[in-house]
Design a protein around this ligand. Structure first.
Ligand code: GLU
Length: 412
């Protein structure tokens, strides 16, 4: 099922459960603003190429919209629209004063030079400049974008305004108003959610068998923190394939290997496995941290993990959700499990607006407090209503926006 369709299906299910007011239900179905831009840039060969970029602001009831920018060949308006909706629910669930947005460019950065990526980023920023800003819409990194991408976006925006604007994007380098802890915020949040959820099955970190799909910013940092806390990371993978060792992998060495070779395969003492194999390995915790649509009705029955912590956005389809719930698998949904990134983005934005910066320990402690607190609201709600945790999380997020919309009223 296409990703947007599956997100909208989930929305329907939750709206029914919530008995959401018809007017609000219809308003939240559509994004507030969708922008499609063409991005012509000069390639290193001297030829010109036009890319297509998007920025979708799903909802802005609670505050400026917030969400990442991804560079990937799968990026299209429908994918970005679905991801923008998820950002609205995520920000609302985490009680941030933000709406949800997402952006992206359909491109393959792996075959582009740094110069080409910089020109692409700067021209994209210029094309969407009218709708972003610290009080309007605040981009951040997502798949295949990073601190450098954010530095170019911030510089382009600031040059157009004629002065430095720190709060226009988050996930920036420290020297440009970035926040301590932002780069590993999503992976750290995933780690906190593993720590919290295994209490439910009375397991501890020591010896916990974890499999992680995706070894980018989220997967590799979650893997490193789990490894440092004596978990057995038995498998990891990236788009090129996976590595498996039932006795546990030395994650620190694997990170070096992956940096050098751009793959996690062919590493000493591991067996090469496919991404599909990884999902159904015998383990305690599975962390899908790659892309959407990975756990489906075709493999959900074969998953052996007792807990799934979603590092990626939308890795599980609604059909798979139902199968997993019926089988008693505890699934910590994306909008909670990977919210560490946007929560620290919020801290970064607050620091930028105040020109006053916090200590890393303070940031980590606040992140943990927020995530554990929401976890401990969502889990009892799912038990009380006999629903899966995703539905409970969406219900909390959506009802917060609904209440705000009702109170604000319909303009004019
Ligand atoms: N791209 C991340 C996400 O999907 C972070 C967004 C942000 O920090 O604004 O949540």
């Amino acid at each position: 099922m296409p990703f947007l369709k599956s997100v909208l299906k989930q929305y329907d299910l939750v709206a029914d459960k919530l008995k959401l007011d018809d007017r609000i239900r219809e308003r939240l179905l559509y994004p507030k603003r969708s922008l499609i831009v063409s991005i012509p840039i000069e390639m290193d060969t001297g030829k010109m190429k036009v890319y297509e970029g998007y920025r979708v602001q799903h909802d802005v009831t609670l505050g400026p919209s917030k969400g990442g920018i991804r560079y990937h060949l799968n990026v299209n308006l429908k994918e970005v629209t679905a991801l923008a909706m998820l950002m609205s629910w995520k920000c609302a669930l985490m009680q941030l004063p933000y709406g949800g947005a997402k952006g992206g460019i359909c491109c393959n950065p792996a075959v582009m030079s740094q110069g080409e990526i910089e020109r692409l980023t700067r021209r994209y920023t210029t094309e969407i400049i009218g709708s972003i800003g610290p009080e309007e819409d605040i981009p951040a990194p997502d798949m295949n974008t990073n601190m450098q991408t954010m530095a170019w976006m911030m510089d382009t925006y600031s040059m157009q305004k004629g002065h430095t604007v720190l709060g226009v994007v988050t996930g920036k380098p420290l020297v440009l108003g970035g926040s301590l802890g932002r780069e590993d915020g999503t992976g750290r949040g995933v780690f906190y959610m593993v720590e919290e959820s295994i209490k439910v099955i009375e397991k501890e970190l020591k010896g916990l068998r974890v499999a992680i799909q995706g070894f980018g910013n989220v997967g590799s940092i979650a893997a490193k923190l789990l490894y440092e806390n004596e978990c057995k990371v038995i498998a990891v993978s990236n788009s090129k394939g996976g590595a498996y060792n039932a006795a546990g992998i030395n994650v620190k060495n694997l990170i070096q290997h992956a940096k050098k070779n751009k793959t996690v395969t062919d590493f000493p003492d591991v067996d090469n496995i496919t991404n599909e194999d990884l999902l159904t390995l015998d383990c305690d915790v599975l962390i899908p941290a790659a892309i959407e649509g990975q756990i489906t009705r075709y493999n959900a029955n074969n998953i052996k993990a007792k807990i799934i912590v979603e590092g990626a956005n939308g890795p599980t389809t609604p059909e798979a959700d139902k199968i997993l719930y019926d089988r008693g698998v505890l699934l910590i949904p994306d909008i909670l499990a990977n919210s560490g990134g946007v929560v620290i983005s919020y801290f970064e934005w607050v620091q930028d607006l105040q020109f006053y910066f916090w200590k890393e320990s303070e940031i980590q402690q606040r992140l943990k407090e927020i995530m554990v607190n929401i976890f401990n609201r969502v889990l009892p709600l799912s038990r009380e209503k006999k629903i899966d945790i995703r539905t409970a999380a969406w219900m909390l997020g959506i009802s917060r926006i609904a209440e705000a919309q009702k109170t604000r009223g319909l303009y004019p």
